[in-house]
Design a protein around this ligand. Sequence first.
Ligand code: PMT
Length: 402
Amino acid sequence: MLKDKKIVIGVAGGIAAYKVVTLVSRLVQAGAEVRVVMTEAATKLVSPLLFKEISGRPVACDMWAGNDEFNVEHVALGRWADLMVVAPATANIIGKMANGIADDLLSTTLMACDKPKIVCPAMNSNMLANPAVVRNLETLRQDGIVIMPSASGHLACGVDGSGRLPEPEEIKSFIDYFLAQREGDLRGIRILVTAGGTREPIDPVRFIGNRSSGKMGYAIARDAVRRGADVILVSGPTALRHPDHVRFIQVESTEEMMDACLKVYPDVDAVVKAAAVADYRPHERAAQKIKKNDENLILALDKTQDILKRLGQEKRQQFLVGFAAETQNLMRNAAEKVRKKNLDMIVANDVTQAGAGFSTDTNIVKFLFPDGTVRELGIMPKEEVGNLILDIVRDHVGKNRK
Ligand code: PMT
């Protein structure tokens, strides 16, 4: 979403201004065009020259300096921008924005700019909690300005509390998400993604599980967020950090995954079921660790419920995408799952192939549809597989809504 976006970053005079150098660098690396406007106080903390070198563009600081590039600079900057971000936003600039004060280049540019604005407050915790600042932030919200919540932690004034400027990567992700929600091709689409493997406990220390790392499902969830969807990610245990901006539901067993999916199912437009779900669970869960002895141990197993089949039975508006992990008869088994589980599409992967299936960063898949159409894809990153699945989801959900 950041590629070719024109972003004006307003830097006010807070100590966290130094972090904004990295933010500008990250935005430029992501393909955005960035122009920096600094208050006089900000120039005392970070040199405008540094921002100029990092952004690759002149930095605007002075109302009266004149500008060879732009006539009436504050108006032209607002016109040029697709988005304005104020970081760090001090109590002073927040107060000016909320009360219509325009007495320097940043505050006049903000006032002249009719494009979306994000404000990232950063200040001492007492200042942030001051009724005037609270009131001013509320006014900004009512004016349609987006406030990125401050982080908590160590503050420059030496105390721990709220009021920290979030890390540059977090601000970049917030901006990206904001843009995706406004412009992404999946905006307004609610998608349930499942990922990872479920675990069925044998006793307090052992379980039946499988080799799913969660990479496939997490890649789909990440792609969907980037494209503006509202994403619910129901995940079995993995070693991965879940993507930002998803509603994350952690589960362990098949039963827990079933409950979580059924709860959100009526309200979603599509489901992508990449999780590897345990088909059997121990008939009994031992209350204590089963002690080893000289005998073999025979475990009785019960069938778990088939979540996808149940979703297929209760299908209304939802576009239902299943996965098939197979080691033989890939397409025959996949076709049977499409039929039995009432799917709109299945992503079949032969997990014996190098570069496909469990734990790899790539996958090799075939898409199969109820009418027998097959689309065969070569080896590609799981992110790319995710995007191709989501293209199909978008087309079908869009068609249903017309
Ligand atoms: O997580 P990674 O390491 O990245 O690996 C990716 C993956 C191999 C797990 C993924 O690409 C994949 O194939 N996921 C589906 C694995 C699987 O359980 O396949 P299956 O053929 O057993 O099940 C078919 C479909 O029914 C799946 O969508 C599964 O989520 C669903 N199912 C299965 C059993 C059950 N009790 N309930 C279900 O909902």
